[in-house]
Write a protein that binds this ligand. Structure first.
Ligand SMILES: [Zn+2]
Ligand SMILES: [Zn+2]
Length: 301
């Protein structure tokens, strides 16, 4: 009996440690995509909450990498370049987010692919604004802002924040429900990259490819059946919006498939989605090292 209690308490202790000791956050957004903080400020915020290693994973861009890398060096935080690619799944209203971790940001094929998608995304943002204008929302200030932002990725969260700031909606999510999501009056579809192509681009750039936040996918089983045999390196098991049962489910899945486990906060800043969880979700030192090691062998291939 005593022995069992000892084991239980060790086990709960281990779980507690895993929960509290976050060494690395491998899912972060800066102003290079739809985050609030500049790459430098983001690194500062990571340092402040005690993170020792980070990976910047902006949506479909690596433009923040250079600045974040320099800031991380100054802050003595270990840094890896990353990306979160939005990939489309045929016949499904869900874009599968694919995380590329430990990528080489100078890889020319990756840069070319991103440039193509950036142009498409820009066109899409302006189309959404015209639709909103047609719905009698005064989007002119945002349109002018977008014209000036030639070097930034324009995405729906920008538009959602604008709608909130002018009182067109009462909260961030309502902007999607009322205007921006599929089926809503200002919805414009995206140019979709297939998960296969996304993984290939990440592997070409020497990185590891992970399925991001599987727990957010309401049709996960359907998605999984379509993508499970692709050459994934792993899956994002540790994620702020995963409840303990989901974490356990994806942990078991990773074990069964022989996949690596990644983790991060998906921090975008203190506004909008996934707020206030920097430093609370991610990987222990041990789990981070497993990934860092795997990335080295991947690059040698
Ligand atoms: Zn995502
Ligand atoms: Zn993300």
């Amino acid at each position: 009996m005593h022995k069992i209690r000892e084991i239980i308490s060790e086990d709960s202790m281990r779980k507690k440690m895993e929960k509290t000791e976050i060494f690395a956050d491998l899912h972060l957004h800066s102003t290079a995509s739809d985050g609030i903080l500049s790459p430098t400020d983001l690194v500062g915020a990571c340092k402040k909450c005690g993170l020792k290693a980070i990976c910047l994973t902006d949506h479909d861009t690596i433009k923040g990498v250079e600045e974040a890398s320099a800031a991380a060096k100054n802050s003595e935080i270990e840094f890896a370049a990353g990306i979160e690619l939005s990939c489309g799944i045929p016949n499904q209203d869900y874009s599968l987010h694919v995380l590329g971790l430990f990528i080489d940001p100078t890889n020319s094929q990756l840069i070319e692919l991103l440039r193509k998608h950036e142009n498409a995304r820009r066109e899409r943002a302006f189309k959404i604004l015209s639709l909103l204008k047609g719905l009698n929302v005064n989007v002119e200030p945002l349109r002018l802002e977008f014209e000036k932002l030639t070097d930034q990725l324009l995405a729906r969260p920008h538009i959602a924040r604008f709608l909130l700031s002018v009182g067109a909606v009462s909260d961030f999510q309502e902007a999607f429900e009322k205007f921006l999501k599929k089926g809503a009056p200002a919805y414009v579809p995206k140019l979709a990259l297939s998960p296969e192509k996304g993984i290939e681009a990440i592997h070409n750039a020497g990185g590891l490819a992970f399925i991001a936040h599987p727990g957010l996918d309401l049709n996960w089983e359907a998605t999984f059946s379509k993508v499970e045999n692709l050459p994934w390196d792993g899956i994002e098991v540790f994620y702020g919006d995963h409840d303990p049962s989901q974490t356990e489910k994806f942990r078991k899945l990773a074990e069964r498939k022989g996949w690596l486990m990644s983790g991060g906060s998906d921090y975008h800043g203190e506004c909008g989605k996934h707020v206030a969880r920097l430093g609370q979700t991610g990987l222990s030192r041990e789990k981070f090292n497993l990934l860092a090691e795997a990335s080295k062998t991947c690059r040698k291939k």
